[in-house]
Every structure is written in C-alpha cells, then in structure tokens.
Design a binder for this molecule. Structure first.
Ligand SMILES: CC(=O)SCCNC(=O)CCNC(=O)[C@H](O)C(C)(C)COP(=O)(O)OP(=O)(O)OC[C@H]1O[C@@H](n2cnc3c(N)ncnc32)[C@H](O)[C@@H]1OP(=O)(O)O
Ligand SMILES: O=C([O-])CC(=O)C(=O)O
Length: 375
C-alpha cells in the first residue's frame, strides 16, 4: 500500500461534476466557452457578447447586445456606504483585498435574498467591479473621488478611462477586450471550484464571488500575472534574463506564468495575448520587456518543456498600457466574474452539497489525559 501524504495530489485528473460551460484541453490544447473556440471569440466578438454568452447561454443578437450594454452602463455607480468603505482602505492594501472587500460589502448593501435575483446580481458585479477598483485606487493614490460613470460602451475601455482619467486609445481598448475574453471562463479551476463549493451550501452569490476572489489572489493562480511582471522587469536584456532564469531553475524555483494543471502542450490563450503584447511593444517602442519575455519563454521550453500560460504575456501587455502591476489580477476578476457567476447558477440548477472525503493519517484513537498530568 502506498503511504498517504498530508495534503494530497490536488484532485488532479478527477472529475468533480459536469458542466455545460467550458472545455479545457480536450484535444490537447483547446478552450471552448459553450461550444465556441476562445480564439474565434477573441477574433470576432466583444467581451460584452462573451459575458452574455456565458451568463445567458447564447451569443446575443444585435438588439440584445445593445440592450445589454445599456443595462450594464446603468449599473456602474457605487452606493455611498461602499464609497466610504473604499476610502478607508489604505493605499498599500493589496488591490485583490480591495476587490474582496468590495464584493463582500456590496453583499451587505444589495443582498441576494432570493435566487431569482441571480442574473441581476451577476450583471451588477460585472458592471461595478471596474468602479470599485478604480474608486479605491484613484482615491488612495491620487486623492481623487472619481465619477464611476463614463460613456464607454466597453468594460475594458471604461476600466482604462477610469484608471487614466481619459478615454483609452482604440488599440488599448481592443487589447482589453481580448484580454477580458481570454480570462472569462476556465472550467473547474481553483477559484471557480471555490465558488461552486460555496454555492453548493446554498449560500448567496456575493459570498461565492468573495471566496473566489480569495482563491484567485494566490500566485499559483491569478496572481501569476503580477508575479511574472515582478520577475521580468528585473532583467534588462535577454542575456541577463537567460542567466538569472538558469539560476532560478537550478534552485528549482517556480517560474510564474509557466505550466498548467490541465494543458500539457500549450495554453491556447498565450498565442493570442502574446500577439497583442507584440503590437503594444511596437506601439511604445519597447526594446527590452518583450525581448526578455520571449527569451524566458524560449528557455523555459528548451530547458523544462514548460510553456507560457495565459498569465505570462498578460504581464507585458498590461504594463505597456500603463496599468500598475498591482492592478493586474483585479482585471482578471472583472472578467472571471462571468465564469464564476455562471458556475454558481449551474451548480444551483442541480445541487448537491460538495463534500469529498479525506484519507485519515493522524494518530489512532486515544484517551484524553487530565490537564495536570500532561507534559
Ligand atoms: C490563469 C492561471 O491560473 S494559469 C496558472 C498560473 N500559475 C502560474 O503560472 C504559477 C506557476 N505554475 C505552477 O505553479 C504550476 O505549473 C501550476 C500550479 C499552474 C500547475 O501545477 P501542477 O499541476 O502541480 O503542475 P505539474 O504537475 O504540471 O508539474 C510538473 C512538474 O513541473 C514543475 N513545474 C510546474 N510548473 C512550473 C513552473 N512554473 N516553474 C518551475 N517548475 C514548474 C513542477 O514543480 C513539477 O515538478 P516535480 O515533478 O519535480 O514536482
Ligand atoms: O484552469 C486552471 O487551473 C487555471 C487557469 O488557467 C484559469 O483559471 O484560467
């Protein structure tokens, strides 16, 4: 019998239930949302269309999309008590903690008292997340109380407008659109599974999303885009990158933005965001960060057969658009909210509480020694 270790094998390779939302790596590399290839969606749709697809089941018609965009635009404002909470969060807080508090506070103010409200709650969170993160960021960093309403139809353009205080260029709005599509949904990843476990207790949507934000925060999951940026920005040339990366690999350090729990050959999102990162590098005249990123990608493959995942080239892409590194993972939240909420709704459709078993490896049954006789 093999000895069981505390912790475990991360449930790898085990099915934890059925979903109609997404396939990951079924033919080695692919990713589909409700049957559509993510590359097809990234080439031919807007994030708002994809959000509608994920949350409502089908791609919208032109009139449904127009109505949906208007609906989301009407849901961007922040209630005063939430503004007050955001103003009290310190400047050096981690923005993912701000997102977590924002989602949780909204749950106090706009509580989901009945599951019939679930679509409204999901749309509200989708619309309001850019307001939450930028209200806190601009207030704590610039002392500005922003108006969270802009005229931008796209959530990505709106986010950049709030952050930079001016409308985004077409290129930047396009990159944000693709980025939000790529991050929207990914089957039973750690944060989505967190949301589904929470939903399986018949808890409310805000609790499911708040828990999911906590899971996404870690560097092994969504936090990898920030960690990748922290790594590549230290290196000023491909030669230095190769030298330092070699030392990391010799030390058996984890290299953030590489590898995946499901994909074995490549992450289909990487080629897409890498292409946009290259366009942005050309746009800003970069001669360092992109070549460093490419050198790291090549060496990781040559030395370890590890490929860049969705997070790696997001780091340089976001950086080229002037987005502060610590806001990278909150953008992931703005997108993945769609996947989380759809999984919560799917779990509720046919629910049984998620409760796996554990292999006990602790002491045999024993009796309590009276406290004065212990030692
Ligand atoms: C959007 C997303 O969330 S994508 C994931 C983002 N996370 C990261 O980029 C963090 C870095 N990557 C990792 O930590 C891992 O690859 C994970 C968490 C994504 C997947 O973990 P696992 O499923 O356990 O990885 P896997 O089984 O493929 O690992 C195989 C071996 O490669 C090593 N490995 C995997 N990824 C890396 C990496 N990024 N750097 C160095 N070594 C790695 C593992 O340590 C393991 O080595 P071992 O057999 O000597 O223990
Ligand atoms: O599926 C995973 O384990 C992680 C991932 O790529 C994602 O959530 O986008």
């Amino acid at each position: 019998m093999t000895e069981k270790k505390i912790g475990g094998a991360g449930l790898r390779g085990q099915s934890a239930g059925a979903t109609a939302l997404c396939t990951v790596g079924q033919k080695g590399t692919g990713l589909t949302y409700r049957g559509y290839d993510v590359r097809d969606l990234a080439d031919n749709t807007s994030f708002e269309e994809v959000a509608y697809l994920i949350l409502y089941g089908e791609l919208p018609t032109r009139s449904q999309l127009d109505a949906y965009i208007q609906r989301l635009k009407g849901m961007r404002d922040l209630p005063q008590p939430l503004r007050e909470v955001l103003e009290r969060i310190p400047k050096d807080a981690h923005p993912m903690d701000v997102m977590r508090t924002g989602a949780s506070m909204l749950g106090n103010l706009e509580t989901e008292t009945d599951f019939s409200q679930q679509q409204d709650v999901a749309d509200r969170l989708l619309a309001v997340f850019p307001s939450i993160i930028n209200y806190w960021y601009r207030y704590s960093h610039d002392g500005v109380r922003i108006d969270p309403n802009t005229d931008d139809d796209s959530i990505g353009g709106h986010f950049l407008h709030l952050l930079h205080g001016k409308p985004a260029s077409q290129l930047h709005a396009d990159v944000m659109n693709v980025s939000l599509i790529l991050y929207a949904e990914h089957e039973f990843n750690a944060s989505t599974f967190t949301a589904r476990v929470c939903a399986s207790t018949l808890s409310d949507m805000h609790s499911c999303v708040t828990g999911a934000i906590g899971s996404l925060r870690g560097p092994l999951h969504g936090g990898a885009n920030e960690a990748a940026m922290a790594m590549i920005e230290q290196w000023s040339s491909p030669e230095e990158a190769r030298r330092e990366l070699k030392a990391m690999l010799d030390r058996k350090d984890k290299v953030m933005g590489f590898g995946h729990a499901i994909y074995r050959e490549s992450d289909p999102r990487n080629a897409v965001i890498k292409g946009w990162s290259k366009k942005l590098a050309d746009d800003v005249g970069d001669t360092t960060l992109y070549p460093v990123s490419e050198a790291v990608e090549q060496m990781m493959w040559d030395e370890k057969k590890l490929f860049a995942n969705a997070d790696f080239f997001h780091a340089s892409a976001y950086h080229f658009m002037g987005i502060p590194t610590k806001l990278f993972t909150p953008i992931f939240v703005m997108s993945r909210l769609t996947g989380w909420a759809a999984h919560v709704m799917e779990q509720r459709e046919n629910n049984r509480i998620i409760r796996p078993s554990a292999d006990y490896v602790g002491p045999e049954l024993r009796e309590v020694t009276p406290i004065d006789q212990r030692g």
